[in-house]
Structure formats: structure tokens, C-alpha cells
Design a protein around this ligand. Structure first.
Ligand code: SF4
Ligand code: FES
Length: 478
């Protein structure tokens, strides 16, 4: 463990670290733009310079290995001068359009300009113009004028997603990020991560373009239910203090964007594009709005009463348990039904047309977020209905009602609008993951929590509440 000195303070570094890594790990600040902890070192932005004590020049910390006794200064006179000059250079052709840029508020270049430069351009030349709104893919547009050519996006497609979809063409101030290689960026299921890691507003998500200023939004921690990886995510939605009162109030309960929440043990700092699209594909799907008895809307108490009566009468009930239920819901289900029902774990979601099945980075073939806990509580026997089955409880989507035994009453719980809802003897409309808190355990056995960000509509119920109410019913059943 070499000892180095940063700004006169002794620091125990690991021998495989760079000065930048040792500094960040020990609470020292060194600015960086092209460096990213998950990518190879490019060393091209030159903002991370430090001064080795005794030398009259600066060197980049992101590519400086630690060495026993090395003494560096992160804020000396020449370091400050160099940062200021570097910022002048990086912003030489960068447009001053922060007022309309989606990255404003979370732009590293903007922050560093304020912190290290803060003065207008010293250049007397006109800025070099480049392509605006270059369509990199169906999902991402590129503003080449804002690009500082840090190459993070290029390295991401080469080293992380391995699509090799991007490269840099031309030289000097004519350099441009452009599609490269055989695979288009559209074929990269991780492409949207380049929007996050772009340190400026060059790479823009079309689904978020001009939707909201980021300071109006807050991030609620959540977990992607798209596969058994359970990637940790942030759901971005309007802060209550910025709720719209008279304009479009639906925006107050809209997810504006979804980004990865870093968890080194689960997904690192990445998520696949499926997670980014959850708002449209899952959370904003048409909802089941009201409890029903054979297709007739009823108050929830009446539905609970009818379910109680069916449960009290049944002698050989079978339950199909959701593999998308939270740990808390699955435990509530176990307490309510496991002793007197034959329980099978059901597949709620399968691979959709055009969706990548599995890969070596994050995407898993099982598209259900909590089969791990469902199996731990209810086993993994294949679904079967004994001939004496006299009631079926179906929790969640994914099971064709045509496969159910004929003439047997059905209690169905589902969050979404579906024809089966009206065919069940008793139907309960469930809350969404965005309307309750809980946790999933992924295929590795790692548990991640999700929090509610919106209130649930008055007419829907939490599955846990239904199971709790029906547990009481069984306690008093003859
Ligand atoms: Fe870097 Fe963004 Fe330019 Fe890519 S588009 S090179 S991430 S500044
Ligand atoms: Fe070191 Fe860019 S962060 S050169």
C-alpha cells in the first residue's frame, strides 16, 4: 500500500490505483470529464491536472499511477491557471445555450465553468458550427456543437455494451461522434446509458427532450420489474412544491424519465433500455379500475365478502402465485393461504417480440422480478390442477384462463385492464409498484427496495391488504 501525499495530507493508496482514484476515494476533489470509473482511461479532456510537488508543470491525475512518497497538489496556482485555460478551450466552440439545453442543472461542463473559469470567452473568432439534432438512433439525438469529444459514449459502446456502434470521424475542430461499425445504435439494448454519461448536453434522450427542467423533478428509488436482475433505478417525477395547479395536472403523476440508481452488486451504474421505457410499457398501461363480481363493478367490501364466501366453501383450492409480487406481498400471501391451498408459482411476464432474451451484461431470460422469493416460499412444482379443485386464486397476469379447470370459481387479482378481469367470479384491481413500497429479491439473492412515488387511485387495492383481509376470513371460516 503506497503512501502518497495529496495537498500535504498522507493517503494510503492501493498500488493499482491512479492519483485520481486515490484522491476521490479519500475525499479529495479533482475535476474530470473524460474519465469514468467503469471505462478505460482516455486522458483527452485535460481538466484533471494536478501538480507534482517540485515540478513546474501539470499532469493529468486520471492517468498518473500512485508511487510511494508521491506528493501532488490539486489546487496550486498553476493547477488553477491550467483549469481555467482548459475550460476556455473546452468551451471554445461550445454554444452558450444552457437555457434550452436538457442537461442544464446536471451538466458537468456548466458546473466546472462556474467553478474554474467564470469568465466570457477570450476568443475573437466565431465559434465553429457543427450538426445539431443528428439522429444517432430512434431514441437518441446528438448535438455535435455541444460535444466536447470526451469519447465516453464511444468507449461505452466498445467496452460495456460492446455494440461498437459509435466512433469519432475527422480531426481537430471538425471531429464528430458518428455511427461506426456494422451495428446501428438502435440495436444496442443499453444505448441510453450514453445519455447519462455524456458530461454535457450533446446526447439527448428523445423521450425526455424538452419535457422538464431537472430541478423541477425528484428521483424516487425503485427497482426495474423487467427481469430477474432487478436493476436499481430512479423514477423521476415532479416535486410536490412544483406541482402544476391549473395546467396539465396529469404531469404531477407522470414519470418523466427513468435512470439507473448505482448498485455495484446488482447493476453497477447501468440499466438496459427496457427499464427506461417502463413508464410507457408498464406504469402507464390501461388500468383495471374497479373490483368486480362476474364483470359487474362492486365496492371493494362486497368483493371481499364474495371472496370470503368462496374461500370458506372451498375444500381443495389452488393458488397461482405471482412471480412479480414484492417480498412483502408474497409473505402476506403465504400467511393467508399457504396452509390450506395448493400453491404454484406462475410466470407473469415472458420475452416480448423484438426484446433481447438474455446477455452477459444485465439482461436475464426470466422476465419476472421476484421468482427467487416466490420459489423460496412456494416451491417450483409445475402448475397442475387436481381433479377435486374447487376454487382457483390467480394473482397477476400471464396465465391463460382457458387453461383453468372448467366450471371452477376464480378469484383474480390484476393491476391492468384485461378481458379476464370480467370473467372472474371475483376480481380485485391492484395498485402498481409506483403506488406502494416494498422489495424484490433478484436471482442472486440480493434484495432491493422500491418506494411509492404516487398515491394509488381510490378504487384500487394493495394485494397485501386483500391477502390480510382474506386471512381474517379464513380464521373465522368453519
Ligand atoms: Fe463525450 Fe458526449 Fe461528445 Fe460523446 S457526445 S464524446 S459523451 S461529450
Ligand atoms: Fe483526466 Fe479527462 S479526466 S484527462
Amino acid at each position: 500500500m503506497p503512501q502518497i501525499f495529496i495537498d500535504g495530507q498522507p493517503v494510503q493508496a492501493r498500488s493499482d490505483q491512479t492519483v485520481l482514484q486515490a484522491a476521490l476515494e479519500n475525499g479529495f476533489f479533482i475535476p474530470r470529464l473524460c474519465w469514468h470509473p467503469q471505462l478505460s482511461i482516455a486522458g483527452n479532456c485535460r481538466i484533471c491536472t494536478v501538480q507534482v510537488e517540485g515540478r513546474s508543470w501539470v499532469e493529468i491525475a486520471c492517468n498518473m499511477p500512485v508511487a510511494e512518497g508521491l506528493k501532488v497538489l490539486t489546487d496550486s496556482e498553476i493547477v488553477r491557471e491550467n483549469r481555467k485555460a482548459t475550460m476556455q478551450f473546452l468551451t471554445l466552440n461550445h454554444p452558450v445555450d444552457c437555457g434550452v439545453c436538457d442537461k442544464a442543472g446536471e451538466c458537468t461542463l456548466q458546473d466546472y465553468h462556474v467553478a474554474f473559469n467564470g469568465t466570457p470567452s477570450v476568443s475573437h473568432d466565431a465559434k465553429v458550427h457543427a450538426t445539431k439534432f443528428y439522429e444517432l438512433s430512434e431514441r437518441i439525438t446528438l448535438d455535435n456543437e455541444r460535444c466536447i469529444l470526451c469519447s465516453r459514449c464511444v468507449r461505452f459502446t466498445r467496452e460495456i455494451s460492446r455494440s461498437n456502434a459509435l466512433g469519432i470521424v475527422n480531426r481537430g475542430d471538425h471531429s464528430l461522434v458518428r455511427p461506426a461499425g456494422d451495428r446501428p445504435l438502435d440495436d444496442d439494448p443499453y444505448s441510453d446509458n450514453i445519455v447519462d454519461i455524456c458530461p454535457v448536453g450533446a446526447l439527448l434522450s428523445k423521450s425526455f427532450l424538452y419535457k422538464s427542467r431537472v430541478w423541477y423533478l425528484k428521483a424516487t428509488p425503485s427497482v426495474c420489474p423487467g427481469c430477474e436482475r432487478g436493476c436499481n433505478i430512479d423514477l423521476w417525477h415532479r416535486k410536490p412544491e412544483w406541482f402544476l395547479r391549473s395546467l396539465d395536472k396529469a404531469q404531477n403523476v407522470t414519470i418523466e424519465r427513468i435512470t439507473p440508481r448505482e448498485n455495484a452488486a446488482v447493476n453497477g451504474p447501468w440499466v438496459c433500455n427496457k427499464a427506461r421505457d417502463l413508464a410507457k410499457t408498464v406504469f402507464e398501461r390501461p388500468r383495471a379500475a374497479a373490483p368486480m363480481r362476474k364483470g359487474r363493478e362492486v365496492p371493494v367490501d362486497e368483493a371481499l365478502g364474495a371472496a370470503r364466501a368462496l374461500l370458506a366453501k372451498a375444500r381443495h383450492p389452488v393458488a397461482l402465485v405471482s412471480s412479480a409480487g414484492s417480498n412483502e406481498e408474497l409473505q402476506a400471501f403465504q400467511q393467508a393461504f399457504a396452509e390450506r391451498m395448493h400453491c404454484f408459482v406462475k410466470t407473469d411476464s415472458v420475452v416480448q417480440p423484438g426484446e433481447p432474451v438474455a446477455d452477459e451484461l444485465l439482461i436475464r431470460a426470466d422476465k419476472n422480478p421476484n421468482r427467487y422469493t416466490a420459489r423460496a416460499l412456494f416451491g417450483d412444482a409445475p402448475i397442475g390442477f387436481p381433479p377435486e379443485t374447487d376454487l382457483v386464486v390467480v394473482w397477476g397476469e400471464g396465465f391463460a384462463f382457458t387453461e383453468l379447470p372448467r366450471g371452477v370459481p376464480v378469484i383474480f387479482l390484476n393491476a391492468f385492464l384485461a378481458p379476464e378481469n370480467g370473467h372472474a367470479d371475483v376480481f380485485f384491481p391492484l395498485s402498481l409498484q409506483t403506488e406502494r413500497s416494498g422489495s424484490y429479491t433478484n436471482f442472486q439473492g440480493i434484495t432491493s427496495r422500491f418506494e411509492a412515488c404516487f398515491p394509488k387511485p381510490a378504487s384500487v387495492v394493495d394485494a397485501q391488504t386483500v391477502f390480510g383481509a382474506l386471512t381474517l376470513a379464513q380464521a373465522v371460516a368453519p
